[in-house]
Design a protein around this ligand. Structure first.
Ligand code: FNR
Length: 187
């Protein structure tokens, strides 16, 4: 079972990326979580423009998503929205459809008490329009994240660590179920 983790933050010291790295460590046996390549490698989305220099990066990103059993997003919020770099990445997946019926979970984190709720809502809505299988049981909004992750990117809050573990287990179960159903249809 392989979960692709996609962070909406490009910052080296990102708390959102730290949550995804922590999830990889906390994941149950048999569940591998790997971070996607940096979303900064992707060119700006333009419908139908597949011959530009960034095309190999787009193809590689699509392939990473296609091969994953499930996708885990963790996003910060910039001015009440998801970061442009994350929306751009998702736009590249609209015409090719790698997220169609793919089990996905939305996490968000912010130093404020809101836990980046606006970005969380916007990302969830976008994934629903793309007909991804959004798993509500695996959703998380982490407020005041600065006090819960240390400078090394380790989770220092026991409750948060437990929430991450539970959410990963829920997403992994959804990914396993979809995978079994797919294999059944393939005979
Ligand atoms: C922010 N931040 C922010 N936070 C929030 O909860 N709601 C918001 O609307 C915004 N808007 C915003 C705009 C801009 C331009 C910046 C630079 C920052 C703060 C943001 O949550 C904070 O920088 C996080 O630490 C970013 O996440 P990473 O990079 O730590 O994962």
């Amino acid at each position: 079972m392989h979960i692709l983790a996609i962070s909406g933050s490009l910052r080296a010291a990102s708390s959102n990326t730290a949550l995804l790295r922590a999830a990889a460590v906390l994941a149950p046996v048999g569940v591998v979580i790997s971070l996607s390549t940096s979303l900064a490698e992707l060119p700006y989305f333009q419908p139908g423009n597949y011959d530009e220099p960034g095309a190999p990066a787009v193809a590689a990103f699509r392939e990473q998503v296609r091969r994953a059993d499930a996708v885990l997003f963790c996003t910060p919020e910039y001015v009440f929205s998801m970061p442009g770099v994350l929306k751009n990445a998702l736009e590249w997946l609209v015409p090719s459809g790698e997220l169609y019926h793919k089990p996905v979970a939305v996490w968000s984190a912010s130093p404020s008490t809101t836990g980046a709720d606006q970005a969380h809502a916007g990302l969830t809505a976008m994934l629903r329009v793309m007909e991804a299988a959004v798993n509500e049981g695996a959703a998380l909004q982490v407020g005041q994240v600065s006090g819960k992750v240390n400078a090394q990117g380790e989770i220092t809050d026991k409750e948060l660590a437990e929430s991450l573990r539970t959410a990963v287990a829920a997403l992994a179960q959804a990914g396993n179920t979809t995978n079994s159903a797919y294999q059944a249809t393939q005979g």
